[in-house]
Design a protein around this ligand. Structure first.
Ligand SMILES: Cc1ncc(COP(=O)(O)O)c(C=O)c1O
Length: 364
């Protein structure tokens, strides 16, 4: 493939020596779980985000589940979220036994529309779960309601900002994923929870070790969900480069937008947002035609996401959601196409993608 959707070999190759040194250290002290490398990464990540606490867990999905548990979401509660995200967002709500209530998206940003959120609030609403989709912050400041907590799904947006504040510090608690394709990624699964609330942080720390309060003493039902020492050490190495990588993503996005803005609907960056372009997602009416054409030319495009969450089987069958309820999310699912974007992309590859899109429309 001329332009693959990501190039992780190239990214990680640059750190081979630092990764090997980290591995040698871990092999010599054999401290694999809940040790000094995790503490160090948690401190670095919290400082980077400007938030009180960061707690490393197994995955972004676990980060969402533990966040919801830590603020007391459970059976009988409603959680308002977006119908346009990765399945884990809604799965976390289902896993803690709460009811997912969807509100439609703003078609310009693909993020939750705060007006639609307001209309979805009921006396049972315990939390709002906005997703900073594709690397752009949601309008969290417009989602403040009495007795309703905000849990940010920041899986795709490490380093993104809204009015100068980093995502992960905008709501009550936030979930990050370090899945290998994310902007800040581990060499395997990983995730983190961030919060400024000491009690929430303590609850998360207990939940990730079986609700343990003393040796073999457990005060509830928790999880085995820790970011291991090897991944924490790798993430410490990579965190130092996150801002530079995100700047390169923005540079590529600007090249795309400048060249394609008269051909397709290019991403809209809302006022106050520093976008980190986890994805560069355009909208077109003949999406499948453009996708097939680009794939044939060796351009690794992807559709995130072809099925909105309310139309996934469990949501239809158990909660009665139907087609037509969230028209903006449904239209986005039909029209979106993500072009390759990652810091290791070469300029000629960016040019090749631009030329290929233009060619489809007879403009090259
Ligand atoms: C928006 C969103 N939420 C949650 C997740 C779940 O993260 P993980 O794959 O680390 O469990 C992902 C990514 O996979 C995601 O993109």
């Amino acid at each position: 493939m001329k332009v693959p959707p990501v190039n992780l070999v190239k990214q990680n190759e640059a750190f081979r020596e630092e990764f090997e040194a980290a591995l040698r250290e871990i092999l010599s002290d054999a401290h694999f779980v809940l040790g000094p490398r995790l503490r160090k990464f948690e401190e670095e990540f919290a400082r980077y985000l400007g938030v009180g606490y960061a707690i490393g867990v197994n995955s972004g999905t676990d980060a969402l589940v533990l966040s919801l548990r830590a603020i007391g979401v459970g059976r009988g509660d409603e959680v308002i979220t977006t119908p346009f995200s990765f399945y884990a967002t809604v799965e976390a709500i289902l896993l803690v036994g709460a009811k997912p209530v969807f509100a439609d998206i703003d078609p310009r940003t693909f993020n939750l529309n705060p007006e639609a959120v307001r209309e979805a609030i009921t006396p049972r609403t315990k939390a709002i779960l906005p997703v900073h989709l594709f690397g752009q912050a949601a309008e969290v400041e417009r989602m403040g309601f009495p007795n309703v907590r905000v849990v940010e799904d920041a899986a795709q947006a490490a380093g993104a900002e809204r009015f100068g504040r980093k995502v992960g510090s905008l709501g009550d608690v936030a979930a990050f994923s370090f899945y290998p394709t994310k902007n800040l990624s581990a060499l395997g699964d990983g995730g983190a929870i961030t919060t400024g609330d000491r009690e929430v942080a303590e609850r998360v720390r207990r939940l990730r070790v079986h609700c343990q309060t003393g040796k073999y003493v457990h005060e509830g039902v928790g999880y085995n969900s820790r970011l291991d020492e090897i991944q924490a050490a790798f993430l410490s190495v990579k965190l130092k480069h996150l801002d530079r990588w995100n700047a390169r993503r923005r540079e590529i996005a600007n090249l795309y937008t400048e060249a394609l803005k008269d051909t397709v609907i290019t991403p809209y960056v809302a006022e106050g947002n520093l976008h980190v372009f986890h994805q560069y997602t355009v909208r077109v009416e003949d999406r499948d035609g453009l996708r097939d054409f680009l794939l044939k030319r060796g351009v690794g495009v992807s559709v995130f996401y072809p099925v909105p969450l309310h139309l996934q089987r469990v949501l239809r069958e158990e909660f009665g959601y139907r087609e037509g309820q969230f028209p903006e999310a449904e239209r986005a699912a039909r029209e979106v196409l993500s072009l390759p974007i990652y810091p290791e992309m070469e300029d000629w590859q960016v040019e090749y993608v631009i030329e290929s899109v233009k060619r489809y429309y007879g403009k090259a």
